[in-house]
Design a protein around this ligand. Structure first.
Ligand SMILES: *Cc1c(COP(=O)(O)O)cnc(C)c1O
Length: 394
């Protein structure tokens, strides 16, 4: 065997995003024990930072030791028992995954289906909630498969009104657009590290509110997933005086170095300021959208529901979309994403997440994309696109 040296890439797909040198350096610091007092101090720091990040001062906030999907799995497995009713809004790939998981937890699942590219419709959700008593309402705040934001405040409000617990997928939203557990009165929110937090993949920050904790404590049967059982995991993460805690008992060996990376990414984010980071994502999106338009390209999503951090660009007629992705990867070391499900072959997905949301990234992406289109005989002017970016960034 030989050591693996990855190529240098610029990551502008649906995640992972670019990881800053500061975070990479943090990952390389010496491994210490997962019960070391110094490590326990780091754990407390991360918990407090996640409470700030989700604006969830009354939630238990911890990073689960697996990627974003583990947050989804933890929410479903901890809240749902066989026979419970779950309403799941599906407007893309990740809503579909939530529905699958709720079914595996034994729930009776009612999906509220939408065309891909549309936000979740609160009226349709309310109709489903009104049909029968419901334990959980689940939806995706930022649908990475389509580039659509849904109205989390309204949907969480509907869950409250109908006595259901809300589960909000914030994997792509957290750090890129406003996430506010307290204002939404949301019950469980979860995210991932490799989208707008710009840390490597492999951890799932989760926030679990008081009503959700009470529901978990009142379960009739044990949580069927051992690793993500909130009662067990909080005996380690809860801390000396912690919620749900017997205080730092061994549960699993925490991914020590990955947590150094998450911690550093949070330090970086709070140095910039949450509000400033949100504004930066919005500005970079406006610059990219202006550039795309000047180059003759169109976005899939209505401006009202567009995610700044995930741009779904319609593929012009006659263009070989995979050849474009290959061109930008080989020529510019640039990764952009393909469409999923019904959008396969119809869109590219361009991420402007975390450290990948900079003017340099926007300009590089437009230059590379126009060149790749020109190689297929499609006129897309890079100079017009870059002039539009300059106009948007003044
Ligand atoms: C990426 C993503 C996930 C899954 O996260 P993984 O880290 O890939 O497990 C879930 N939901 C949404 C909205 C995502 O964008």
């Amino acid at each position: 065997m030989q050591s693996f040296t990855p190529p240098h890439r610029v990551l502008m797909g649906p995640g992972p995003s670019d990881v800053s040198p500061r975070v990479l350096a943090a990952l390389a610091r010496p491994t210490i024990g997962h019960l070391d007092p110094a490590f326990q101090a780091l754990m407390e720091d991360i918990k407090a930072a996640l409470q700030r990040l989700f604006n969830a001062p009354d939630h238990a906030c911890i990073p689960l030791p697996a990627p974003g999907t583990a947050g989804m799995e933890a929410a479903m497995m901890n809240l749902l028992e066989p026979g419970d009713r779950a309403v799941v809004a599906v407007n893309g790939a990740f809503g579909g995954r939530m529905a699958d998981m709720a079914g595996r937890a034994g729930a009776t699942v009612v999906t509220v289906d939408h065309a891909w590219g549309q936000p979740v419709d609160p009226a349709k959700v309310e109709a489903a909630l009104a049909e029968a008593p419901t334990k959980v309402l689940a939806f995706v705040h930022a649908e990475t498969s389509t580039g659509v934001r849904s109205d989390a405040a309204t949907l969480c409000g509907l869950a409250r009104k109908h006595g259901a617990l809300s589960v909000v997928d914030c994997v792509t939203s957290l750090g890129g657009i406003a996430v506010d557990a307290a204002a939404w009165d949301a019950d469980i929110l979860y995210s991932g590290t490799q989208k707008c937090l710009s840390a490597p993949p492999g951890l799932a920050p989760i926030a679990i509110g008081k009503r959700a904790q009470a529901a978990i404590a009142g379960r009739k049967e044990k949580v069927r997933n051992w690793l993500l059982d909130f009662n067990l995991i909080m005996a380690y993460w809860g801390g000396p005086d912690g919620r749900g805690g017997g205080g730092r008992t061994y549960h699993h060996t925490a991914p020590i170095n990955a947590l150094y990376g998450l911690h550093e990414s949070l330090v970086v984010l709070f140095e910039e300021g949450l509000q400033a980071a949100t504004v930066r994502h919005a500005r970079m999106h406006e610059a990219l959208a202006a550039g795309l338009e000047a180059a003759g390209l169109e976005l899939l999503v209505d401006p009202k529901w567009r995610l700044p951090q995930l741009n779904t660009v319609l593929i012009p007629d006659g263009v070989d979309e995979a050849a474009v992705r290959t061109h930008v990867l080989n020529t510019w070391d640039l990764e952009i994403g393909a469409g999923l499900g019904p959008l396969k072959g119809k869109v590219w997905r361009i991420g402007l997440m975390g450290a990948s949301a900079t003017p340099w990234h926007v300009r590089l992406c437009l230059t590379a994309l126009c060149e790749a289109l020109a190689a297929q005989g499609v006129t897309a002017s890079a100079s017009d696109a870059l002039a539009a970016v300059d106009g948007a960034l003044v």
